[in-house]
Design a protein around this ligand. Sequence first.
Ligand code: HEM
Ligand code: FES
Length: 344
Amino acid sequence: MSESYKSILWNRQKRIYDAVLWSFIALYFILFITFNYNFFPAITVETVIIRATGTLALLLLHIILSIGPLARIDKRFLILLYNRRHLGVSMFLIALVHGIFSLLQFHSLGNVNPFISLFTSNTHYGSFINFPFQVLGFLALLILMLMAATSHDFWLKNLSPRIWKSLHMMVYVAYALLLMHVMLGVMQLEQNFNFLLLLLFGMCWLTGLHFFAGYAEIRKDAQTPSHSDGDYLFACHINEIPESRARIISANGERIAVFKYDGKLSAISNVCKHQMGPLGEGRIVDGCITCPWHGYQYQPQDGCSPPPFKEKVATYDVKLVDGNVYVNPQAHPEGTYVEPVIIT
Ligand code: HEM
Ligand code: FES
C-alpha cells in the first residue's frame, strides 16, 4: 500500500518482548541440555541440538497459534499479538537449525546429495506408519521460510493483502505437516508415547482455543446495546474507555470503535482496510488510530489514512450525555469528516 508505514511503532515494548523471548529460548536450551546429559549421558551433541531445536520450534509454534484466539478472548494478550512477527521469525530460525543439523547428521555422510538422500533414503511413500517423516518436516520448513521471508515490510507493501493473508494462513498447513512429521518420527525412531500424548494435548489445546474464541466473537456480535437515545445506541460510560484507546460495540452486524483521545471522542469502523484487523484493539499513536496487526493508520475524525496514503473507513456520529457515550450506527460514507465530541 504505502511507502513508509511502520509495522510496529512502539519500540520500547518490542525490545522488552525480544529480551523476554530470547531469555526464554536460552533457558529452554540450558534446561533441555542439562536434562538430557543427566539422564542420557551417551547422547551425541548433534542429537541434543536436533531435539532441543525441534521441540522448541514446535513449542513456539503452539504459542504463536495460541496468541490470536487468546487476544480475542482477553485483551491482556494483545501485547503478544503486536509483536507476533518476531516470535514467528525466531521460531523459523530455530526450526532451520533443526533441519540443517538433521540433514547433516542423517543425510550428509554418504555419497548422495543430502537433499536427494532426504527424499530417497526412505521410499515407503505408500505406507502410513513408515512414511518418510523427514520429508514432511522439510515441506513445513519451506512454508515457514516463505512466511518468515514475506513477513518483512517490503512484502507487506508489495504483495496484495489477499495474497499475503493466504500465504500466512498456510501456517495451519505447516502445523498439520509438523504434527505428522513429529508423530511418525517419534513412532518410527523412539516410540516415546509420552511425547505423543503431549502432541495430542497441544492439538486439542489449539483446536479448543480456536473454537472458544470463535464462539466468544459470535456472542459478542449478538449482544445488543442495553438501551438507546433516539437513533443513538448506548456504548459505555466515558470512564470505561482508557485514554488513546477504544470501546468496540456491535450494531446491525457491524463493529464500531469509539476512541477517546486528547479530551475528544470519535467513532470509526472497527475493520482495517488492509486485512480486516480490529482497529478498536489498536491505539492512537502520533494522533492516528493505529491498527494492531500491521500498523496502518487512520485519522479519528474522518477515518482517512494520513497523506500520502489513500485508505478510508466509515465514520459514525457520537454523543455524550451525562457521562454516557452513545453512537449512531448509521455509517457515514468512508472518509467523511465528523466533528469530534469534546469531553466536558
Ligand atoms: C528439513 C526439515 C526437517 C528435517 C530433515 C527434520 C528431521 C528430523 C529428524 C531426523 C527427527 C528425529 C530426530 C531424533 O529423534 O533423533 C526429527 C524430529 C523432530 N522434528 Fe524435525 N525435521 C525437519 C523440520 C522440522 C521442523 C520445521 C520442526 C518444527 C517447527 C520440526 C520439529 C521436530 C520435532 C519436535 C521432533 C521430535 C524431537 C525428538 O525427537 O525428540 N522438524 N526431525
Ligand atoms: S494493518 Fe494489517 S490488518 Fe490492519
